[in-house]
Design a protein around this ligand. Structure first.
Ligand code: P6P
Length: 290
């Protein structure tokens, strides 16, 4: 069993590294790294820089024995020989939505923390967090069943909202993928939602999910006709985000079950993602079941 005090070290380290990630963005604004990640996506120089910063800092934490990144094929053993296999594993999307850098829109970092080894089911996450590189840098953390939002300034993290919960009245929605590529059942569901909520979709999951957490509503990157498992990764996006949204009183689903209950089979497995106000997630599952 891992040393859970190291969980605090992971969260504090993510907060300490975030300003360096942000500071590295201007110089990497339009630079591609010329490689693809394990999901076949173009990697930017900013992705590589963020990944290296987090790897160096998180891999050095005593109690962290495994580091996995959306940008790396396999998890890396970072045990220093003392912790052995008993320790924490960190699964990270170092710079989620990095394609938004060219258009100067929001991006994020997503982190899941579990007992090693990965891949881990969402129910086994002991903590989850996302950093939002918006007008200000914030970090939202789910731990021990509650959600706290921090402002990060100069690597210091200051709690600004505790026991964060989705508002009762949902306001916004954001759906990824191309409309013609949505299965009919999702298309019909989306038409209903569009008549009830306001569209807020920025193309980076962290920014779009933070709007749902702030205002209530639903974010989805659904199964597509061209991609039955959708686009987003369970380990690096779906499960940690679901951990946060469910801890904030919302719900998550792959279309049939909570994302936390999805069986992890592969480090980079994709999963349809629907997270937000429980009513909208439940209606989605009913629509897909018809
Ligand atoms: P699309 C960013 O590339 C990302 O992985 C998520 O952050 C985001 O929700 C989604 O992909 C956006 O995908 O197809 O709208 O560009």
């Amino acid at each position: 069993m891992a040393d859970y005090e190291a969980v605090d070290d992971v969260i504090e380290t993510v907060a300490a590294v975030a300003p360096d990630v942000r500071a590295g963005l201007p110089g990497r604004r339009l630079t591609e790294a010329g490689v693809e990640n394990p999901s076949g996506e173009t990697v930017t120089a900013a992705d590589v820089h963020a990944d290296e910063l987090f790897f160096e800092a998180l891999g050095a934490i005593d109690g962290v024995v495994e580091f996995a990144s959306e940008e790396r094929e396999a998890a890396v053993d970072v045990a220093d020989g003392t912790a052995g296999e008993d320790g924490l594993a960190v699964a990270i999307d170092p710079l989620d939505g990095s394609s938004n850098l060219a258009s100067n829109n929001a991006m994020g970092t997503i982190v899941g923390v579990a007992d090693a080894p990965l891949p881990a089911a969402g129910t086994d996450l002991v903590a989850a967090a996302y950093v939002l590189y918006g007008p200000i840098t914030t970090m939202t953390v789910a731990r021990e069943g509650t959600v706290t939002t921090y402002v990060i300034d100069g690597g210091e993290m200051t709690a600004v909202e505790e026991d964060v919960e989705l508002p009762d009245e949902p306001v916004v929605y954001g759906f990824g993928g191309r409309v013609p590529d949505w299965p009919d059942a999702f298309h019909d569901y989306a038409r209903e939602v569009e008549s009830e909520l306001k569209l807020r979709y920025g193309g980076a999951m962290v920014g779009d999910v933070n709007q749902v957490l702030s205002y209530g509503g639903i974010f989805a990157y659904p199964a597509l006709d061209s991609a039955p498992n959708g686009k987003l990764r369970l380990q690096f996006e779906g499960a940690p985000i679901a951990k946060i949204i469910e801890a904030a009183g919302g719900a998550s689903s792959d279309g049939e079950r909570s994302l936390l209950s999805v069986e992890p089979t592969d480090l980079h497995q994709r999963v349809p993602v629907h997270v937000g106000t429980a009513e909208y997630v439940e209606r989605l599952e009913a629509a897909l079941a018809d």
